[in-house]
Design a protein around this ligand. Structure first.
Ligand code: LLP
Length: 424
């Protein structure tokens, strides 16, 4: 069975041997459910493919930042790729050692850099000259030497959705190889920064190896050039981006073994440490969003299936026109219909699917939206005053609540009526 094939037990009413109908009845909907077994299988598969390589997998926490999910990564010895102080705090709390954390992102503030240095973060992936200078300043003030990599923008087309492409020259991420070369040549000006790593991340939901190979080839050529010039390259971080199957029978993801083989091939002879930053690959397909049909609304032109989940729980279709498979949890034997599956939020973009074929549905039916383990709960909002949904972790027949459904008072925690006006 390939790694993206759904096990038979998971095609109907069960996920990780937990009865989804009973689960929805007990926990209410909308509900995020994640299979711990599926996540562990992904981690173990990737680690097995990397065996024999000095590699550290740094889970891109943004994909799903729930503490219990990050803990699954920590239990398997993974590190984390973070982009904010908030993610740093969560990952440390989940038990990821600071030394296994890499800090990426174009907008790290001096304050965030100071906090990360204080925590002992392993590596900063630097994205601009100004950031390099800020790191130097903050590290000098703290009396420490920070370890850093330069994020290269290899200017390749990742062949994915424009909004999740990051490796073109026009994107805000990384710096050109010319600029990176200059950083290495002037490294003596930054005595509190040990610049000894390269980093590249060209985009997300990559389903083709060619752009990955193209980016790796550029990084590898630059590494060789640097070594010849006498610079030591201790680590190469190949970023994340490994795609998953959102559309059964259509999306053909890259197998972990093929991905790792492409990396090994491109970096032949590299004796340093390899870093990987997968997010989606580890968690997306382990999750489903359970939602109930509120009503069927016949429109002038189309039939609307109004469900109780919304863009507040899963914004990917609204933001990127992303496809997520949707299915009734219990096969009903009803004839096929075509529906626009929509949420209750007051935005036309609050649409999970247009003109989607589904068995005829009725109010109260339980549906699952698949592939929601990544970039769903972590991108949630309380728009339209919808409290954050509950999340549960499933594990071989058992389940545990890992985020309780937000109450109204939790939703407005921090808001207050005007007690006192102040002037600056
Ligand atoms: N490393 C860096 C520097 C990143 O910016 C990202 C993702 C990753 C690793 C992890 O990428 P992954 O393996 O998950 O593809 N919200 C979008 C995805 C945004 C990805 C942002 N950066 C979506 O739902 O498709």
């Amino acid at each position: 069975m390939d790694e993206h094939e759904r096990p038979a037990a998971d095609t109907a009413a069960h996920l990780d041997d937990v009865d989804l109908v009973a689960l929805a009845a007990q926990m209410g909907t909308p509900l995020h459910a994640y299979s711990a077994s599926a996540i562990r299988a992904r981690i173990d598969g990737l680690l097995a493919a990397l065996e024999g390589t000095d590699a550290l997998v740094c889970y891109a926490a943004k994909a799903n930042t729930n503490l219990a999910i990050v803990q699954l990564m920590a239990e398997r010895g993974l590190g984390a790729d973070i982009v904010s102080s908030g993610e740093l705090w969560r990952c440390l709390r989940a038990g990821i050692p600071a030394s296994r954390i890499v800090f990426s992102g174009v907008g790290k503030t001096a304050q965030e850099i100071a906090e990360a240095l204080e925590a002992g973060v392993g590596r900063f992936n630097l994205e601009s000259r100004d950031e390099l200078e800020t790191l130097q300043r903050v590290a000098a003030a703290a009396g420490v030497v920070a370890t850093a990599a330069v994020r290269i923008n290899p200017d390749v087309d990742a062949l994915t959705h424009a909004k999740i492409s990051t490796g073109r020259a026009e994107n805000k991420f990384g710096v050109s190889i010319d600029e990176a070369r200059h950083w290495f040549d002037t490294a003596a000006e930054y005595p509190n920064v040990r610049l000894d790593g390269l980093h590249a991340h060209i985009g997300s939901q990559l389903l083709q190896l060619a752009p990955i190979r193209a980016a790796l080839a550029r990084v590898a050529a630059f590494w060789r050039e640097l070594e010849q010039a006498g610079h030591r390259v201790a680590s190469i971080d190949v970023g994340g981006g490994l795609g998953v199957c959102y559309r059964h029978g259509e999306d053909r993801p890259i197998a972990a073994a093929d991905y790792v083989a492409a990396i090994r091939d491109a970096l032949q002879g590299f004796g340093g440490r390899l870093l990987l930053e997968p997010g989606r690959y580890l968690v997306a397909e382990a999750g489903v969003l359970l939602t109930r049909v509120v009503r069927v609304k016949p429109g002038e032109q189309r039939q609307f299936l109004v469900v109780d989940a919304a863009m507040t729980e899963l914004i990917r279709p609204s933001l990127y026109d992303a496809w997520h498979d949707i299915a009734p949890v219990l096969p009903s034997g009803q004839p096929a219909m075509r529906y626009d599956v929509v949420g209750p939020v007051c935005e036309s973009s609050d649409t999970f699917a247009r003109d989607r074929q589904l068995p005829r549905c009725a109010a109260g039916d339980l549906l699952m939206i698949r592939g929601t383990g990544a970039y769903a709960a972590s991108m949630a909002s309380t728009y339209n005053s919808r409290p954050l949904a509950a999340e549960v972790l499933l594990d071989t027949g058992r389940y545990a609540e890992i985020r309780r459904r937000q109450s109204f008072s939790e939703m407005i925690a921090g808001e207050q009526s005007v007690r006192q006006w102040q002037t600056t």
